[in-house]
Design a protein around this ligand. Structure first.
Ligand SMILES: [Zn+2]
Length: 79
């Protein structure tokens, strides 16, 4: 099978376009995943309202700003 120049260019363009779209989708997917994880780790201090991230699994975390112990809020428990 022999490709003409036009066919080759079309294939190259189409291929790179598909690759770019795929990469964009992939990065968007991983970005939103990371954001959700960061949101799950986010804690807001009940005293000074300082927002920070804590990756430990303990239900009580210590605020780095005022050293007060704060109960970790779970998603959907903000009301
Ligand atoms: Zn605090």
């Amino acid at each position: 099978m022999e490709l003409t120049l036009t066919e080759f260019v079309c294939l190259a363009l189409g291929g790179s376009l598909a690759l770019v779209l795929f990469a964009a989708l992939l990065s968007r997917f991983f970005h939103s995943r990371g954001e959700r994880h960061a949101l799950a780790r986010r804690v807001i201090c009940r005293l000074c309202l300082h927002a920070f991230e804590d990756s430990s699994l303990s239900p009580i975390v210590t605020c780095p700003a005022c050293r007060a112990s704060t109960e970790r809020r779970h998603r959907g428990n903000l009301g």
